[in-house]
Design a protein around this ligand. Structure first.
Ligand SMILES: Cc1cc2nc3c(=O)[nH]c(=O)nc-3n(C[C@H](O)[C@H](O)[C@H](O)COP(=O)(O)O)c2cc1C
Length: 392
């Protein structure tokens, strides 16, 4: 079983990802993992924090001589901002006069619920862990999951389909998504330049008015074989596992598989993807084809051989430069919500974090189906299954 957990505070010394269950022998390309971390930091409308940080994965264990060795993989990402926070957020008691409290909870953030839950006098510790800075560790772990999947020819990428009112009104081809992900300058991660310009205007309007802006990203898993997941048990359905994984990301408030939302408003004949049969090329995982992919590659909670498509709907960021009404933790008097340096739009970064969650979920399902303690063993099982499907 491929599992991962993260640790670290937003302004602490470092973030940590611990990944276990990887087979031995997976080639590790640290430049690739670092590029994933870089991609998470990009996007028009990010706050000042991303200018301070240059995230790099420092691997502490589980990788030797460029390959995984089957032991838990520990990854550390240093927070460069820590030097500005050592006295404000020390591990030891420190000088209380130098601590920086979050005096009034921000509506939409975890501040109030977290302070009540953990009996904190203010929301500093809540902010530190609820912050989506944590997604840095997820992206590092997800980078490893992508390397694992890449060894089997499976790829995971995302693109942005809506920012505010600006929406991409057509499907994107895999090649277009790959081209956007390969760019060295990220604006809003949209495959269509005109739509991206309109998205940029949405961010600019929010910046002008002290507001924040929402959006939708789409994650695509490409070249995935049919048969991952199962309809046999509710908690092993791949659609459910993916929805959980993406919904667990900060600010994601809805998850859609394929065209799930429009499907709920349409007749069956307009929604379902007819099944056709075409002679499969050698190496292709299936010979059954579909003229379109409204199901997002999943039927009955099982991958059907089409690209898996998962959309995440992000609410607008809750830290506002023009803050909403709140209450002081200490006096209970009305005041404005706290403001701390913040992003205005995070839709492309949310997409990169969701790629990581999807890659980790798919890698885990692949590992459970094909098993293996080494990449050699895994690939033998995987290739045998692909051949079985090809001959079906
Ligand atoms: C990549 C990314 C960056 C984020 N950056 C910020 C930020 O700068 N300020 C903020 O208030 N919220 C930010 N968020 C959202 C909050 O972390 C999130 O709204 C908060 O933790 C409460 O969780 P919930 O929205 O899931 O209920 C970000 C989310 C993501 C995915």
């Amino acid at each position: 079983m491929i599992r991962f957990s993260t640790a670290g505070e937003s302004h602490g010394e470092a973030l940590i990802a611990l990944v276990s269950g990887f087979p031995a022998g997976v080639p590790v390309d640290l430049d690739f993992v670092n590029r994933e971390l870089w991609r998470r930091q990009q996007g028009y409308g990010r706050g000042g924090r991303m200018k301070i940080e240059t995230d790099k994965a420092h691997v502490l264990s589980g990788v030797r001589h460029g390959k995984t060795i089957g032991s838990p993989i520990a990854i550390e990402i240093i927070n460069r901002d820590w030097k500005n926070w050592e006295e404000k957020l020390p591990v030891e008691a420190g000088d209380p006069a130098k601590h920086q409290v979050v005096a009034s909870p921000r509506p939409g953030h975890a501040d109030l619920a977290g302070a009540l839950k953990y009996n904190f006098p203010d929301a500093r510790y809540v902010l530190e862990r609820a912050s989506a800075r944590e997604t840095t560790a997820r992206v590092a772990a997800g980078g490893f999951a992508k390397l694992y999947l890449r060894a089997l020819g499976i790829e995971v990428l995302s693109h942005v389909i809506r920012v505010g009112r600006a929406e991409l009104c057509r499907a994107a081809a895999w090649e277009e998504i790959a081209a956007v992900a390969a760019k060295d300058e990220v604006v809003l991660g949209c495959v269509d330049p005109d739509t991206e310009d309109r998205m940029k205007e949405e961010v600019e309007e929010a910046a002008r008015t002290g507001d924040t802006v929402n959006g939708v990203f789409e994650v695509v898993v490409h070249n995935v074989p049919a048969g991952l997941g199962t309809y046999a048990n509710w908690d092993e359905r791949l659609d459910g596992l993916l929805a959980w994984a993406v919904m667990s990301l900060q600010a994601v408030k809805a998850v859609e598989i394929g065209r799930g939302v429009t499907a709920a408003e349409s007749f069956g004949s307009q929604v379902h993807d007819p099944i056709q049969y075409a002679a499969g090329d050698v190496g292709k995982p299936t010979r059954f084809t579909r003229p379109h992919n409204n199901a997002g590659g999943l039927e009955g909670g099982v991958s059907n051989g089409e690209d898996i498509v998962v959309r995440g709907y992000l609410k607008p960021i809750s830290t506002l430069r023009k803050p909403l009404e709140s209450v002081r933790f200490d006096t209970r008097e009305p005041t404005s919500a706290s403001y701390e340096r913040s992003d205005i739009c995070v839709v492309p970064a949310g997409g990169v974090a969701a790629e990581a969650m999807v890659a980790l979920t798919v890698a885990n399902v692949v590992q459970q189906k094909f098993g293996g303690d080494s990449l050699l063993e895994l690939k033998r099982n995987f290739d045998g299954y692909i051949e079985q499907i090809r001959r079906y």
